[in-house]
Design a protein around this ligand. Structure first.
Ligand code: UPG
Length: 505
């Protein structure tokens, strides 16, 4: 436990995306458990409503306060109620980023109210997302501190932020390049860059939003990162090198049930409601039932996070590759790129007869169902913690990465956006826990490549990578568990140090 504090107030400001809201909630829970601070998470009305309903259902979150910050999407060219990146095309995402700048005035009012309510004492600090660098100015104006929390890993964050701060990469002749803050041996490749950064020149829409925000985060009093020292030694060093501020590696912020040293494959409803305020596309029990029918380490889980999808032609090839692999699988499906991601799936997006073939049970031949198709949202944690799950075909979002490796499940990487390609690079080069299938949502993937990647991850062929990948993934799992072990874990100590620092004048 951290030293006793005087029960001040912490205000948290997550970016409006599930991949950010989820770790912010987890951070709030962790701080609350280890201190007496009052915590208020501030966000737009739709997001607050969802967060509240999650907190109501979870006793460990009940004491957390939520504050609505007034937000008018239509004033920024967004459809009404569009307050989250979920199912949002990239073209709208930039609008949401610019629109988020309008949260400054409501945040100032909130901080002023808290200050007034607490006899002129401002909040102890504002913990804000890396996309909200402006919160450092708000904190300063109220005579309090600001800490930046990156919901991504240290390696991925350092590469992402450093590349935006050191533009341009446009017209780069050679494929390989060094990224400031990283050692020379750690060369990056042009193919790691998503289009928006490859094409950025400092004066494009993304540069004009991201660069000032990242520069402002460097004025905060320190950074928190959702990782641990032993899990990402190179990334942690790179992040300190880049931001030149104190960095507390307080992660992975995962539910206790998933990190606990518990090898049982049973289901748990307590960890399934993972998307604030939205229902699951399938009951966790059905996934567990499917997984129970297959041998340990045999099932491939396919899911691309909360906001990514693939092209229609890749969807067909992925389906054909999964079929050709002859391995059992669970696939979380969303409409392909170019279609409304929140709409119903259509048969025409898959090879003819695919669903029927893979979900058929042949009683005579005693053949089990090969595939479980989940619409929109799966109970990912339950699936990953089941001993039958053998590999995760993932977009390499940081939460998915941590969730998978915390269970010793190796990754078949298909990074698509943000810092995902850097996560995949680190997992392949530094950790040896990932085979990369493709880079970019629009990369053309063939069924044979899919089949081979699956075989490399779950197959046992002599000379294949499977065994080594699984061993490395188990090593990663141990590092994660060690970091969050009460009393001795590096992340537990880092959290206590951070909390101690908050009460130090
Ligand atoms: O069917 C699903 C799909 C997702 N999830 C959960 O949703 C989260 C998804 O997070 P993540 O894997 O990080 O993916 P994104 O939603 O794409 O996350 C965004 O935020 C991350 C950092 O916070 C970044 O690493 C990513 O690049 C960025 O896209 C995870 O907790 C998953 O368990 C489910 O429970 N069921």
């Amino acid at each position: 436990m951290a030293p006793s504090d005087d029960g001040g107030h912490i205000v948290m400001l997550p970016f409006m995306a599930h991949g950010h809201l989820i770790p912010f909630l987890a951070l709030a829970r962790r701080i609350q458990r280890r201190s007496r601070f009052t915590i208020t998470i501030a966000s737009t009305p739709v997001n607050v409503r969802r967060l509240r309903s999650t907190a109501m259902a979870d006793p460990t979150l009940r004491a957390i306060n939520f504050a609505e910050l007034a937000f008018d999407p239509s004033a920024h060219g967004l459809p009404s109620n569009t307050e989250n990146t979920e199912n949002m095309p990239l073209t709208q995402m930039v609008d949401l980023c610019y629109a988020s700048l309008s949260l400054r005035a409501p945040l100032e009012s909130l901080v002023a109210n808290i200050t007034c309510r607490e006899d002129g004492r401002p909040p102890v600090c504002i913990i804000s997302d890396i996309f909200f660098g402006w919160a450092a100015d708000v904190a300063k104006a109220f005579g309090t501190r600001n800490y930046t929390f990156t919901t991504c890993g240290a390696y991925g964050t350092s590469a992402y932020v450093s590349m935006w701060l050191h533009l341009p990469h446009r017209g780069m002749e050679s494929g390989k390049f060094i990224v400031p803050a990283f050692p020379e041996r750690c060369l990056f490749d042009k193919s790691h860059l998503v289009a928006m950064i490859r094409e950025a020149d400092g004066d494009d829409v993304w540069s004009r939003f991201l660069r000032p925000q990242f520069e402002l985060t460097l004025n905060s009093s320190g950074w928190l990162c959702n990782t641990s020292e032993e899990f990402e030694p190179l990334g942690a060093a790179a992040l300190r090198n880049l931001v030149k501020l104190p960095v507390w590696t307080i992660g992975p912020l995962l539910p206790d049930a998933i990190v606990r040293n518990d090898d049982s494959s049973g289901s748990s409803t307590s960890i399934s409601e993972h998307r604030p305020g939205k229902p699951l596309g399938i009951a966790p029990e059905r996934c567990v039932e499917f997984l129970d029918e297959h041998p340990p380490g045999s099932v491939v889980y396919v899911c691309f996070g909360s906001q990514n999808t693939i092209t229609e032609s890749n969807m067909k090839e992925l389906a054909a590759g999964l079929e050709a692999s002859e391995r059992p699988f669970i696939w979380v499906m969303r409409p392909p790129l170019g279609f409304d991601m929140g709409s119903e799936m259509r048969d025409e997006w898959l090879p003819p007869g695919f669903e029927k073939r893979v979900t058929r049970v042949d009683e005579k031949k005693k053949k089990k169902k090969r595939g479980l198709l989940v619409r929109d949202w799966a109970p990912q944690l339950e699936i990953l913690r089941h001993s039958s799950t053998g590999a995760f075909l993932s977009h390499c979002g940081w939460n998915s990465t941590l969730e998978s490796l915390s269970q010793g499940v190796p990754i078949i990487g298909w990074p698509m956006a943000g810092e995902q390609a850097y996560n995949a690079k680190m997992m392949a080069e530094e950790m040896g826990v990932c085979v990369e299938l493709a880079r970019g949502a629009a990369a053309e993937v063939s069924r044979e490549e899919v089949r081979r990647a699956i075989e490399a991850a779950v197959g046992d062929a002599e000379g294949g990578k499977g065994k080594e990948l699984r061993e490395r993934a188990m090593e990663a799992r141990e590092k994660i568990r060690k970091a969050v072990t009460e009393g001795e874990g590096s992340s537990v100590k880092a959290m206590d140090e951070f909390l101690r620092n908050l009460v130090t004048p």
